[in-house]
Write a new protein. Structure first.
Length: 99
């Protein structure tokens, strides 16, 4: 008899502890993300390349554009961007002071 009461009591204690932990974590789970939201829009073509096989004929520089819009009501701080290459090519690189 004594063992059954102890078992029942410890189940209730575990239940109360779980409820208290969940209620304690609730404000953290619903807290808004600080820093705002940035929206990115492509402003140039998807592909960069020559129109024909002669590399000396035609344009040899292309503009890559990404428009960044801050859609939050607060100023976005410490924003930076990096161009991630999907393939390597000897003839395609960034200009000076670009990353």
């Amino acid at each position: 008899m004594k063992w059954n009461l102890l078992r029942r009591g410890s189940t209730e204690v575990v239940f109360v502890v779980i409820v208290v932990l969940l209620l304690g974590l609730l404000p953290i789970m619903i807290m808004p993300v600080k820093g705002g939201t940035l929206s990115l829009t492509k402003g140039s073509w998807d592909c960069v390349g020559l129109d024909h096989n002669n590399v000396l004929d035609g344009p040899n520089q292309y503009v890559i554009q990404i428009h960044i819009t801050n859609t939050a009501g607060v100023t976005a701080l410490s924003v930076s961007g990096t161009l991630a290459w999907t393939t390597a090519n000897t003839y395609i690189n960034l200009g000076p002071n670009e990353s």
